[in-house]
Design a protein around this ligand. Structure first.
Ligand code: NAG
Ligand code: NAG
Ligand code: NAG
Ligand code: NAG
Ligand code: NAG
Ligand code: NAG
Ligand code: NAG
Length: 346
């Protein structure tokens, strides 16, 4: 028990010492993606040594050299190949290295060494560590509907934001009810995609939103909150980002139809349709008739004529008949006359 206790005390002491040492030797540096990281050597040159007697170089934690100033001249002999194409500049006044166009993979601990070269000896006169963190602001989140479906009873929304680092703490939707101004939070599983080359993140969430009521209008926002791990530093996104609102507009005061109302509506519509079809059919027929009417009247006239003729004929006929009758009368008259003989026979 006692042994463990003293061991614990020792390890606490050890941690405290290393913290003190670390605080003195390391500075935390932040840089924004694609901007410039400032890596200071914090060398004041109190003895005012001539730069022609100094060897200054910076290396990363893998001991790959970024930059070397050898007796006042920049040399490339020891520079690691991965840093050969990088845009670097060194300010000899402030003993500071500027690493331009910072990438996510530049996150590392860098050490600056300053040696005094006198005769054949190199004496370390300054050492400085910088721990670089790189950040990238996420773009303003954007809500995009899955499809322009004509069915407005639901909508599948996807909200995405790009070019950020590190991944955000959370993303969610806020649905504001326009009727009573109440706001509901819809959390969703965040899907991060990391770019192969830039190592930046694109994040998205989806919301399958069903409207409880067709008359309801709502305003939907997408919110992205950055990770808590961000240091207090100007130029970093510390507050949550909001998308532009996505509006769900109500279908203006369309009364909700019950099943019965629906049937009545359909029946009325069907009857109306039938009436219209009937009317149109009648009109067409009527038009056709109207077109044929002159023919008809002609036929009627013709008929009339025919009738007249017929009547004439009939009259003629009757006339003939009467003639005949008279003739027959004559005949009959004749007959007697012809039968005069008979008469004579009488
Ligand atoms: C980096 O910044 C430059 C301008 O300073 C810009 O043209 C380029 O698109 C940026 N690259 C990325 C990946 O943001
Ligand atoms: C939906 O319509 C808008 C404009 O009306 C258009 O910009 C957008 O691309 C459409 N989205 C889909 C998924 O068709
Ligand atoms: C909504 O859209 C997302 C992204 O396109 C998709 O992954 C998801 O399956 C969709 N959900 C539904 C219910 O359609
Ligand atoms: C919006 O508010 C109205 C009135 O309080 C309520 O009837 C309706 O259900 C609410 N809609 C949603 C989606 O919460
Ligand atoms: C909702 O908010 C708007 C403006 O923010 C306000 O004009 C309106 O009166 C509010 N409605 C209710 C029901 O609180
Ligand atoms: C990553 O990049 C390499 C080439 O740089 C490519 O072959 C590979 O398909 C990429 N992977 C993904 C997941 O995009
Ligand atoms: C990142 O976001 C912060 C806070 O919104 C802003 O002050 C800063 O200018 C942004 N930086 C870049 C490079 O966009």
């Amino acid at each position: 028990m006692d042994l463990q206790h003293t061991m614990g005390q020792r390890s606490i002491l050890f941690v405290m010492i290393s913290l003190l040492y670390g605080a003195a030797a390391t500075s935390k540096i932040q840089a924004h993606f694609n901007e410039t990281a400032i890596l200071p050597c914090q060398f004041t040159n109190p003895q005012n040594i001539s730069p022609s007697e100094l060897v200054i170089f910076l290396q990363d934690q893998e001991k790959s050299v970024l930059y070397e100033l050898y007796l006042g001249k920049r040399i490339f002999k020891n520079v690691a190949s991965k840093y050969k194409d990088r845009h670097l500049s060194f300010d000899k006044e402030s003993w500071t290295l500027y690493l331009h166009d910072v990438e996510i993979k530049d996150q590392a601990t860098y050490q600056c060494f300053v040696y005094h070269k006198s005769s054949n000896r190199h004496i370390l006169i300054n050492q400085m560590s910088s721990e670089l963190s790189v950040f990238a602001n996420f773009s303003q989140p954007e809500i995009i509907p899955d499809s322009n479906s004509s069915d407005t009873s639901y909508v599948n929304l996807t909200c995405s934001s790009t070019q950020g680092y590190p991944p955000p703490k959370e993303m969610y939707f806020l649905v504001k009810n326009s009727t009573d101004n109440s706001t509901s939070k819809y959390s969703a599983t965040m899907h991060p995609f990391q770019d192969n080359v830039t190592e930046l993140y694109r994040v998205s969430i989806s919301l399958y939103y069903t409207r409880p009521d067709n008359t309801m209008s709502a305003s939907i926002l997408c919110v992205l909150c950055p990770t808590d791990a961000l240091p207090v530093q100007p130029g970093l996104q510390k507050t949550c980002l909001h998308s532009k609102p996505y509006l769900i507009v109500s279908k203006k005061k369309e009364p909700r139809l019950s099943q019965n109302d629906y049937i009545i509506w359909v029946a009325t519509a069907a009857v109306l349709l039938l009436l219209i079809v009937g009317l149109v059919g009648f009109l067409i027929q009527w038009k056709k008739k109207k077109k044929k009417k002159p023919d008809h009247s002609q036929t009627i006239k013709m008929e009339k004529k025919e009738n007249a003729k017929f009547k004439q004929r009939e009259e003629d006929h009757t006339m003939k008949k009467s003639d005949e009758e008279t003739q027959s009368d004559v005949n009959s008259l004749k007959t007697p006359s012809s039968e005069d003989k008979s008469v004579t026979h009488f």
